[in-house]
Design a protein. Structure first.
Length: 343
């Protein structure tokens, strides 16, 4: 049985749209979901026309977009079953790494978010933190946790764990998240006082740390996994704040998928993925990051163990094949009485 689903995206270029929908569309088809993808138009009248098309589908998925009250009412009126998918704490302002809680508050964002999660038939959240927020604000709305997937099979993972010369500590991300690296600049200097290394940044903007050898590599979708596999150690620092707690550990999962031993801040989903330092090391502050980096630089067996176990975890839980199956099941389950077996 094939079910057609209308996916409404903010943009096909948005990372969350690519990762959480576009990349999975071929696999969803294998599991009985035929995805029709539309980008929400800028024109109000074109949006109204698109929303009327929702009548033709048993399920419509609104991906991460918080609509105006007029648009939401129009979509809700036309959609037979409406699902909301999101992977960030979009009910807060992105003010990381501010220590002032007031910097994260937005009555407009929170109001739109409440209206959305209370008005849909199902919410698909990328992690436990986001799921719990939905349950707090809309206890009557069903929530399914579907993580952001990583394509494990289409890239060659790290094959050896001897250190490069000099060792490479790596980070990948957009310019908007470089502030997390700035937060742990003292840790890099502490390590540099004891060991030679290169800090390799794969991003859309250059980055520097005083006293540290930094190598910047332009990010591209085609080469990102090749660059990650060249890291000796991957790092994912986060600040402990309301917005960062909602992040979906995607950088960390990318490192682990490529077999790269990693270190992360134990914030939100990061802590869940790391386990009790079974799959990657955790560091809560600058001293923690410097200690963990030195520990991995000095222990080849630990690097190998974390790299192998981390990749195994991603294949079992976060691979695109596993997550696509979970998403297909959630979408089918959104229709009461529908036979949800994916056999």
């Amino acid at each position: 049985m094939t079910m057609k689903v209308l996916f409404l995206l903010k943009s096909e270029k948005t990372p969350s749209s690519r990762i959480r929908m576009l990349d999975m569309a071929p696999l969803l088809r294998q599991h009985g979901i035929e995805a029709d993808v539309e980008v929400l138009p800028q024109s109000y009248f074109k949006r109204r026309s698109l929303f009327k098309r929702a009548r033709e589908y048993p399920v419509t998925v609104l991906q991460k977009r918080l609509l105006s009250i007029f648009d939401f009412r129009e979509l809700r009126k036309n959609a037979e079953r409406l699902v909301f998918d999101f992977d960030d704490a979009i009910y807060h302002k992105n003010a990381s790494c501010s220590r002032n809680p007031a910097d994260y508050k937005s009555f407009t964002r929170m109001g739109k978010f409440k209206r959305t999660v209370r008005g849909v038939d199902l919410v698909i959240a990328a992690n436990k933190v986001l799921s719990e927020k939905v349950s707090e604000l809309a206890p009557g709305t069903p929530v399914e946790i579907v993580p952001s997937p990583v394509d494990v099979g289409n890239s060659i993972p790290k094959s050896g764990y001897a250190l490069s010369s000099p060792p490479v500590i790596g980070w990948i991300g957009t310019k908007s998240t470089l502030r997390y690296l700035e937060m742990i600049a003292p840790a890099f200097r502490q390590v540099r006082d004891r060991r030679e290394f290169v800090l390799r940044i794969v991003s859309d903007r250059k980055f520097t740390v005083d006293g540290v050898d930094v190598e910047c590599v332009p990010w591209s979708l085609e080469t990102q996994n090749v660059e990650i596999a060249r890291f000796d150690i991957g790092i994912m620092p986060l600040s402990e704040d309301p917005f960062s707690r909602g992040k979906s550990a995607y950088k960390l999962l990318q490192y682990m998928a490529m077999g790269v031993p990693s270190i992360c801040s134990p914030v939100g989903m990061n802590a869940e993925v790391a386990g009790d330092d079974d799959y990657c090391l955790t560091a809560a502050d600058n001293d923690g990051f410097s200690r963990s980096i030195l520990k991995l630089l000095d222990d080849c067996e630990l690097r190998k163990s974390l790299g192998i176990k981390g990749r195994g975890l991603v294949k079992r839980v976060y691979s695109i094949e596993v997550v696509a199956l979970k998403l297909a099941a959630a979408l089918k389950k959104s229709i009461p009485g529908l036979f949800t077996s994916l056999e």
